[in-house]
Design a protein around this ligand. Structure first.
Ligand code: SF4
Ligand code: SF4
Ligand code: SF4
Length: 266
């Protein structure tokens, strides 16, 4: 399943942020005034989505660029690959979730996420982010943020239907916005929040060609398995050495007993 966020239809009403807080029983947080209409300036363990307002000045004109920030639910997820405790997984419907029974709050997912999304709560020592509303989507409902969006800037559905809708809307938008961008991250085997943007990704602070960092690939596919083999090897060597030493000691003790026995009898 997938979600489309269409920036050309978003009015930045922020109802999606409120619905997310409400459904997930996340408390409101105090924010500071930054001389912008933007309420939150970053994701937190208790704020899993917000609308970022970017101002672009060109030809003496200012253009608002809105973008809904949340976990992108990557097909190839750097957070999942970098987690040493297998606390992160894909659900059957393709969303990326964190198992808080396994998470130890090490922050590897925070450091390695392609979009800088998860946040560790210093009180619970667990990482948090948008879950994709598994309790809703698992029961055939749309995620809370999608459900509340009035101008249909957010649409939820089967991946192929969402991609077809995204292509159609993007095509229709291009004559008016020739610099619009369909952001679907093919290098990550797709993302579950596909975006239609009014400008190139850099204007929204997004990487042009997002991908899993090479260091994460190296860790997951080479170093970690090698490390596991090395640990297993070290344990095996210790076990063999222990058995050998024990055998020698036994032989020595047996020799001593024999000698003592000979002395007594002789
Ligand atoms: S609810 Fe819809 S229109 Fe309102 S801010 Fe969210 S995505 Fe934009
Ligand atoms: S956006 Fe970050 S946290 Fe979300 S799935 Fe992708 S890598 Fe993981
Ligand atoms: S999918 Fe659910 S958890 Fe994620 S931003 Fe929307 S409401 Fe929040």
């Amino acid at each position: 399943m997938s979600v489309l966020y269409d920036a050309s239809k978003c009015t930045a009403c922020q109802a999606c942020s409120v619905a997310c807080k409400q459904w997930n029983t996340l408390p409101a947080e105090k924010t500071t005034f930054t001389s912008s209409y933007q309420t939150h300036d970053q994701l937190t363990p208790k704020t899993w989505t917000f609308i970022a307002f970017d101002e672009v000045y060109e030809n003496n004109k200012m253009q608002w660029l809105f973008r809904k920030e949340q976990c992108m639910h990557c097909g190839e997820a750097a957070c999942l690959q970098s987690c040493n405790h297998d606390a992160i997984s894909h659900t059957e419907l393709g969303f990326v979730v964190i198992d808080h029974n396994k998470c130890i709050g090490c922050g590897f997912c925070v450091t390695n996420c392609t979009f800088h999304v998860p946040r560790v709560d210093p009180v619970t020592n667990k990482a948090y982010k948008c879950t994709g509303c598994p309790e809703r989507v698992g029961n055939g409902l749309a995620p809370a943020c999608v459900q509340t969006c009035q101008p249909e800037a957010l649409v939820y559905g089967k991946r192929e239907d969402i991609m077809a809708l995204a292509e159609a809307r993007f095509k229709a938008l291009q004559p008016l916005h020739p610099k619009a961008n369909l952001y679907s991250a093919p290098n990550l085997q797709g993302i579950n929040f596909t975006y239609i943007l009014l400008r190139e990704p850099k204007f929204y602070g997004l990487p042009d060609e997002p991908r899993v960092p090479v260091s994460v690939h190296a860790w997951k596919q080479v170093l970690r398995p090698f490390g596991e083999i090395a640990i297993a090897g070290a344990l095996l060597t210790t076990a063999i050495s222990f058995i050998k030493t024990r055998k020698k000691d036994d032989e020595k003790n047996a020799g001593k007993s024999r000698d003592q026995g000979v002395g007594k009898n002789g």
